[in-house]
Structures are given as structure tokens and as C-alpha cells.
Design a protein around this ligand. Structure first.
Ligand SMILES: Cc1cc2nc3c(=O)[nH]c(=O)nc-3n(C[C@H](O)[C@H](O)[C@H](O)COP(=O)(O)OP(=O)(O)OC[C@H]3O[C@@H](n4cnc5c(N)ncnc54)[C@H](O)[C@@H]3O)c2cc1C
Length: 402
């Protein structure tokens, strides 16, 4: 059985960032990935300026193969049912349009960690001074022994389930699916990620260009019909935006945990097991999760390094250190921050103020109708209490974290 300082589960961006910190500190680290690398990852690949800075500072310039066409994204365009559209450029200019299959492999390789792919995490046992990690490689059971484990295994995290079996049942689950279309006519600007605040279309509706095709994506509460939802969006785009697409050639979808950063319900682990990235609940508004995956991953690695240096429990270190990333991420959802500050990396208030007062009123009314779509999740009380905590405590209460 291999005996190492740290086992990281998942070989994505949060894992690469955690591994970089651990390897830089001289800790023997193995990254386990259930798929064969380079592996596919469903993602629009729109990187925020902060995520881009992290990649540059930690791993260097991206190779061309890690980018889709168009190779960059200028910003985001919001569309509303009243047919007002608002384009917002990212602060600091366009960012790379990541091809996750190759960008993730590039980042994990540059971290310097030893990678064991086709190795699926199954279960773990925390014995206090070490953790036994059980996996399957090509169907065969294998075990690792580590001082610490970092679960960087995404929204449906098995590491989280291993330590908090009830957690997945305590949060709402969404399905996001996208279909790929050859383009006949598409007036939507390919330099922008397009998002619809339209309650009639679904909880999350987007479209953007990729490698000569147009992606049309929909997100909704688990249980609805993907094909129907998608069809109604394609019809809407044709009727309202003059978008003519060929029938879809491919599709893909997955389950997503949208709510935790909105209502400060993160899960950071237990004992010697840390949870990070989207597995911990980090997701920015409009589903942007790469920047907070990178930063939270790096913090989980730093927490392990600090815990060893100071001989302190790793959970204590991690929870103190991760509070800054919680502030960053939950601020993006905080209505008071959105109204009176600039928590996002594109200037929504400026774009709103650039509209005439009639259009501004339409946008605010449409956004309110969109927010009401989420009423059934009973998040209102937590959103209000989180929004008030922020100025009073200077952050968000740790008591809601697992
Ligand atoms: C349709 C869609 C579009 C998106 N678009 C964007 C976007 O444009 N911009 C953006 O910033 N974010 C976007 N996101 C979100 C973004 O993809 C995630 O937030 C981000 O990838 C999270 O990174 P992570 O490292 O936490 O986990 P993930 O990227 O989810 O990676 C988890 C890794 O763990 C592996 N794994 C899982 N289970 C096991 C196991 N049992 N054993 C071993 N390995 C395992 C997986 O194979 C995977 O490699 C999008 C998400 C979706 C679904």
C-alpha cells in the first residue's frame, strides 16, 4: 500500500491548485482520477479574470491546445424577456476560452504531483493519525494510506458522501444539459457568453459559440425533461433573436449543486479529510466555478502545509483560511453587495445605468420575476440573513458550514 502525505481525489482545477501548494512545500502527493486523462469535462470554459490570473501566476501561459475557438471571451450578455439585452465586458479585457479536456490536464501536470488516473475513489477510513483510502483501478481494489485527504471530486463528490452521507439529501439538485448545433444564422455575438434571465425558459439558460458550432444549454430542477426544455429554448432563440440552427448533433448533461454558496451552506470536511472546489459548494453566479475552484483548492493545500508547520488540526486551519474565499463567492450572490458594491468581474451596475430609465425598470422587473422562480427552495430567509451578516460580522457565519 502506498503511504503518502496527501491523497487528492479528482484531477481537475481545484486539485491542480491544491497539488501545486503541497508539492511546492515538499509534501508527497498523489492525485487520483477515475477517468483516463486527458478526460472530458462538461463546461462552457469561460474563465473569469481572477481565474485567468491564478492560472498565469501558478502554471504559466496556457498552451494553444487548451483553448476552444473563439480562443477568448470578451464578457457576458444578459437577455431579458422584455427584449432588453446588456453586454458587460470583463474587467481587464478578454479571457481565454478553456478547452477543459486539455487545460485541466496541463494544470495538473504542471502541479508536479504524481497522477494515478483510471483510479476511482470508493471509500475512506479516518484513523486519526492517517486515512486509508479505498479505490478501484480498472475494477481491481487498491488502497492508499495518507496523512490527509483532499476531496476535489466535483459536485457529486463521493468523498463528501463518505464523511457526510446525508449531505446530498440536504441540498437541492439541478440538471444542466447542453446540445451542440451547426449554425445556419446566429446574430448572437460569438465573443460573449449569453445568459437569459427568463423564468419561462428555465432556471439557467445559456448559449455561446464553440469551435464553429453553437451551444444551447438549459438548467432546471432535477426531474424535468431535458429535450422539451431545450426545444423550447431553440424555438425562443429563433423567434426572438433570429437564431437558426441545425438539429443538435451531440448532447451532454450532469447534476449540479447550485445553492450552497448562495445560502452559505458549504461543506469543508471532517478530521483529516478536507473538501474543496465545487464539491465544497463553491460556485459563482452564472455557474462560473473555475476561479473559486482554483482558489479554494490552493487554500486547502495551504491549510495542510500550515497544519503540519504549526502542529494544529487541519480543519481549524482550513476553516480560518477558507473564510476569504467564502466571502468572495457568497458576495457574488449577496443582493446588498450586488446593489451597493461590485462583487462581479464585469460591471453590471454600469451596464444597467447605461440603459434608459424605461429599460432599466424593465430589467429590474424581469430580474425580480426570475428570482421568484427560486422561491420553492425557501432560500429567502438564508439570503436575507447572510446579506445582513456580511456588514455585521465582516463575513459569513461558519456555523452553517459542515
Ligand atoms: C454545463 C456547465 C458549464 C459550465 N461553465 C462554466 C464556465 O463557463 N466557467 C466556469 O468557471 N465554470 C463553469 N462551470 C463550472 C465548472 O465546470 C466547475 O465549477 C469546476 O470545474 C469545478 O472544479 P472542481 O475542480 O471543483 O471539480 P470538477 O471540475 O467537477 O472535477 C472533479 C474531478 O473529480 C473526478 N472525480 C469525480 N469522482 C471521482 C472519484 N470517485 N474518484 C476519482 N476521481 C473522481 C472527475 O472525473 C473530475 O475530473 C460549468 C459547469 C457546467 C456543468
Amino acid at each position: 500500500m502506498r503511504n503518502v502525505d496527501v491523497v487528492i481525489v479528482g484531477a481537475s482545477l481545484s486539485a491542480a491548485a491544491a497539488a501545486k501548494r503541497l508539492i511546492d512545500a515538499g509534501l508527497e502527493t498523489i492525485v487520483l482520477e477515475r477517468k483516463e486523462l486527458p478526460r472530458h469535462k462538461i463546461c462552457s470554459g469561460i474563465l473569469s479574470p481572477r481565474g485567468h490570473r491564478f492560472l498565469l501566476e501558478n502554471f504559466g501561459p496556457l498552451p494553444r491546445e487548451a483553448l476552444h475557438e473563439p480562443t477568448s471571451c470578451q464578457g457576458v450578455t444578459f437577455h431579458f424577456p422584455s427584449m432588453v439585452s446588456m453586454s458587460m465586458d470583463f474587467f481587464g479585457g478578454a479571457t481565454p476560452h478553456l478547452h477543459r479536456k486539455y487545460s485541466d490536464q496541463w494544470a495538473i501536470q504542471r502541479s508536479g504531483a504524481e497522477i494515478h488516473d483510471q483510479t476511482a475513489f470508493v471509500d475512506l477510513q479516518d484513523n486519526g493519525d492517517h486515512v486509508i483510502v479505498r479505490t478501484r483501478k480498472n475494477g481491481e481494489p487498491t488502497e492508499y494510506r495518507a496523512r490527509y485527504v483532499i476531496g476535489a471530486d466535483g459536485p457529486s463528490s463521493l468523498v463528501t458522501r463518505a464523511i457526510y452521507p446525508q449531505y446530498p439529501k440536504s441540498i437541492p439538485w439541478f440538471f444542466v444539459g447542453q446540445k451542440f448545433h451547426d449554425i445556419v444564422e446566429c446574430p448572437l455575438d460569438p465573443q460573449y457568453f449569453h445568459f437569459w434571465f427568463h423564468p419561462g425558459l428555465g432556471h439557467y439558460t445559456w448559449s455561446h459559440a464553440r469551435d464553429g458550432r453553437q451551444i444551447v444549454g438549459v438548467g432546471f430542477k432535477r426531474g424535468d425533461n431535458f429535450a422539451q426544455k431545450h426545444h423550447s429554448v431553440v424555438k425562443y432563440l429563433a423567434a426572438k433573436h433570429d437564431v437558426t440552427l441545425q438539429p443538435a448533433t451531440d448532447d451532454e448533461g450532469c447534476g449540479e449543486n447550485f445553492g450552497p454558496s448562495l445560502v452559505n451552506r458549504y461543506v469543508f470536511g471532517k478530521g483529516n479529510v478536507l473538501i474543496t472546489g465545487q464539491a465544497a459548494g463553491f460556485l459563482n453566479m452564472i455557474g462560473e466555478g473555475m476561479s473559486c475552484a482554483l482558489h479554494s483548492g490552493a487554500i486547502s493545500g495551504e491549510a495542510v502545509v500550515e497544519a503540519r508547520l504549526r502542529n494544529r488540526p487541519v480543519q481549524e486551519m482550513y476553516r480560518k483560511m477558507i473564510a476569504s474565499e467564502v466571502r468572495r463567492t457568497s458576495d457574488q450572490w449577496n443582493p446588498l453587495k450586488i446593489a451597493f458594491d461590485r462583487p462581479h468581474e464585469a460591471d453590471f451596475p454600469a451596464a444597467l445605468m447605461a440603459l434608459g430609465w424605461r429599460d432599466r425598470a424593465k430589467v429590474l422587473r424581469d430580474m425580480w420575476r426570475f428570482v421568484v422562480l427560486y422561491k420553492e427552495f425557501n432560500w429567502g430567509r438564508h439570503i436575507v440573513s447572510s446579506a445582513l451578516q456580511r456588514p455585521l460580522l465582516g463575513g459569513y457565519s461558519m456555523r452553517r458550514w459542515l
